[in-house]
Design a protein around this ligand. Structure first.
Ligand SMILES: [Fe+2]
Ligand SMILES: [Fe+2]
Length: 313
């Protein structure tokens, strides 16, 4: 049975330092494929350098795992963000990287490698904001509405992290869990057609139903990824509202985890300050004013809102 398995080659040089592969990698030895790395294997530059030095240029991978391989290779081609860039520049590079990452996620499978890659971006965002919290102000919300879909998650990750820092969260791991939640919060939208996401007019019932299912679908897609409770709660409950008018569960007040309340405020703020096919963007002041007068106390948490104001002003 082993002999009949269809396999293709996979270049060793495309393995990223610190990345995790979620498919089987075989070495071809005297015509026989020997399993070298099972799913979950973590790669170091030292190991790939050693393999290449010994003339092992290619692994063999199963054709049935092609979608996982494809996702890994797409991610491996994304540009790295240099750590020596100043925070103000780095935050924009991270935003671009996160947008390309989200685009990959929307076109493929939410694989373990993809989740791992996302967590590295989240770590980059936290490192950057811990170094210079004011760099949150450098990220740009100005772009057309098609781009919005991909950039939105990056900005929610950045805003939610900056808000948490200004609310007194200092634990790096805790911040990374929040940033990861921001990055993945809308991943369930990958199965909603872009023309529905960007539809200028009102959604019909079927479209609205599809849109409303994105928190649960995202949560389902990430279930096996071993993410933290805070991250998973952000994905599942970022559309809950303080007065119980949100979805999917109509949670209220303290029933909504603080981290989720923060992400929800970041999510709303970014939607208001972005240009969408159905809405002109609001300035920072207009958005904060709108949130204060229309949403505070009903939809959004006053504490999280104060965190947003403190992070942005
Ligand atoms: Fe959402
Ligand atoms: Fe969102």
């Amino acid at each position: 049975m082993q002999a009949s398995t269809e396999r293709t080659s996979f270049p060793v040089s495309s393995l990223l330092d610190g990345s995790v592969t979620d498919f089987d990698l075989f070495l071809s030895v005297k015509g026989e494929d020997i399993l070298y790395a099972a799913p979950g294997y973590c790669w170091t530059r030292d190991e790939t350098t050693r393999l290449l030095a010994h003339g092992w240029n290619d692994f063999r991978v199963d054709a049935v795992q092609a979608s996982l391989v494809q996702m890994y290779l797409q991610l491996a081609r994304l540009p790295l963000v240099e750590k020596d860039q100043a925070p103000a520049r780095r935050i924009n590079s991270l935003q671009d990287l996160a947008a390309s990452f989200t685009q990959c996620l929307y076109s493929g499978e939410v694989s373990v490698a993809a989740v791992h890659f996302g967590q590295k971006i989240a770590k980059g965002i936290v490192d950057c904001l811990m170094e210079n919290q004011a760099s949150v102000k450098e990220i740009s919300a100005l772009m057309d509405h098609d781009q919005y879909t991909f950039y939105h998650s990056a900005r929610v990750a950045v805003f939610a992290t900056a808000m948490s820092i200004s609310m007194g969260v200092t634990d790096e791991k805790h911040l990374q869990r929040i940033a990861t939640g921001g990055l993945f919060h809308d991943v369930g939208k990958k199965d909603v057609p872009l023309d529905v996401i960007n539809k200028p007019g009102a959604l019909d019932q079927a479209e609205w139903q599809k849109m409303r299912s994105h928190p649960s679908q995202g949560h389902d897609a990430l279930k096996a990824a071993g993410l933290s409770l805070e991250t998973m709660e952000i994905v599942l409950h970022h559309h809950e509202r303080m007065n119980g008018s949100g979805y999917p569960h109509g949670l209220q007040q303290s029933g909504i985890m603080t981290e989720v309340q923060i992400a929800a405020v970041a999510d709303i703020y970014d939607a208001l300050t972005s240009s969408r096919s159905y809405q002109k963007r609001k300035s920072r002041y207009e958005a904060l004013d709108f949130m204060k007068h229309k949403l505070l106390g009903t939809d959004i948490s006053p504490t999280a809102f104060r965190g947003l104001v403190a992070a942005l002003t």
